[in-house]
Design a protein around this ligand. Sequence first.
Ligand code: GLV
Ligand code: GLV
Length: 326
Amino acid sequence: MKIVITRRIPEIIKQKLDANYTTYMWPEENVPIPYELLLEQVKDADALFTNVSDRIDKNVFQAAPNLKVVSTMAVGYDNIDIGEATARGIPVGHTPDVLSEAVADLTFALLLSTARKVVEAMSFIKADSWRGWGPMLLTGQNVYNSTIGIIGMGGIGKGVAKRAAGFGMRILYHNRRRREDMEQELGVEYSSLDNLLQASDFVVMLAPATLETRKMIGERELSLMKPTAILINTSRGSNIDETALIAALKKRKIWGAGLDVFEVEPIRADHPLIGLENVVLLPHIGSATVATRMEMAELTARHILMGLSGERIRNLVNPEAYKMRG
Ligand code: GLV
Ligand code: GLV
């Protein structure tokens, strides 16, 4: 049986797949497999090891009649046509939980660097602009004792809330369903979206990308935020209307934004966000620690092996897929 791996993964993980199966691995570290090559390679594939930058659409499933399992090295799976996978009885595995703390760390790193102009300050030194201490030079926004509003209260949201508590923050959250367990445990307060936007100094977007969350933050929502507020996004670019965000940042309707994700990735040097002063931009590195990425790769491989041996996948996106098989 054949496994298609759409990106170079650590050798030690690949060996586990090589042990009993034929593998095809796209050799690049940071360039996605061309879509046409993916379609070609999946023709005789039994399993697919994928990631956030591959589009696994209906065509891919149609091209792969033998496919038995899809496993993505990510928590988000908006790049995969889950309905199509389910209709074909193909289980899809993903990697929640193992990355929650790493993404929460990066979310806070982005929050702190945006609030305190950390990146701009280093550029200032590099440009040899530092001549002396200035009373209002590179002044940012207070983090300690401020109010944070978390949109999307899952594993990552919980991690961010724990960190925010250490910073003495008042913590509001908005979620599809109310999380009374987390209210008890963490002292977070449930809020409507509009109230959260109006009351927060930091609005942190952590919702998954779905039809309901698409452009959830647009012109109207941005206009509800304080002029001193900062928007952080470490979820998916599609959750925020980027054109509206750029306009709001230019007009200083909000104070700043820290973004790890974009509507279309990668962004290149000519992207309008790059010309703005009040942003910190990162190349989708939320879960990028050595230990977390190794755990994600390991879990993704394990899902492939489970899928091929007919075992039920542990972190399954579409339980209905098994019902389709009868
Ligand atoms: C990364 O974006 C992920 O979904 O894990
Ligand atoms: C700054 O360095 C201060 O001493 O206030």
